[in-house]
Design a protein around this ligand. Sequence first.
Ligand code: FES
Ligand SMILES: [Fe+2]
Length: 340
Amino acid sequence: MYSLKLKQHVDSAGDAEQVSGEPLWTEAVLPGCPVRAVLCVTAAVTVLLGLLWLYRLIFCPLLLRRRLDEVGYVTEKQRSRAQVANEVRRRRKTGDLPPVYPNGWYRILDSSMLERGDVKDVTVLGQQVAVFRGLDGRVYALDAYCPHLGANLAVGGRVVGNCIECPFHGWQFGGNDGKCVKIPYAEKVPHFAKVRPWPSCEVNNQILVWFHCDGEDPEWTVPEQQEITEGQWVYRGRTEHFINAHIQELPENIGDFAHLNFLHTPGFISGTDLRFTGTRICTFLQHIWKAQWEPESEPNKHCSRMFLQHTLTVFGQHFSLLDVHVVARQVQSNQITGTH
Ligand code: FES
Ligand SMILES: [Fe+2]
């Protein structure tokens, strides 16, 4: 609109001095235009980003990742996290050790991460596993490395029926028992051509594999949690904390509620560094915990329940907004489901 007005003045007057006593080049009109446009665009982009952030916050599942140093892992001065972690690992190697990993079921994927015909390369308990969903809809897990020349079946491998085909020379291995069923350029398949199958199951929208240090078959099954399978509990996201500890230590810590009122009384604002959480400044905010633990009876002896109550006090006054009542079910020692 502004540029049209200017053109009319120039055409009719023949110069850029003055028409009807008004200056043709009004300072307020042209220079303000790009500034206002920039402001408008900035405001629009800010509002859009804000709406996007709000949408993701409310409607998208949470994925919060926290690094080692955000969850209380303190490195020594002038040494990197990697150097400290390596030294800790070296120290732990001395002495007699129990089997490195406890026997049991381990969650490796969510069901939604593996469509029919998909293959995933999974690292679990220090081993490489090719996990795939056959065309029958079942999940299969095999050692990832091909017995022929060692290609990783999960990197470029293809699902054929309920088998996986190696990306290198096309040998095909059955999902059930890991035996080679076809070599495209040979008529016979040698009997030793097979990969180790991992017992696997799919329950509560999760895919799990069984590990036993002596290779024994599964000793129990993972119980179905009806609230999940019937859709009463809806997936809202997860947090992933990177922790420098043995895999068994964390589930054992969850069952150890003697430490709750000793270690976790200081308010959450005092941080996670244990050298400073007890400082007096933060004592106006305190957590109070009550917990009880019960094993389940047969046939679910590998399960237990924890009843946990949490309250928060501010300057000694109970602040009920943050009251939390949790019933957590611990399956074996490495899977936990719960309700508030
Ligand atoms: S390496 Fe797998 S078929 Fe050759
Ligand atoms: Fe703790």
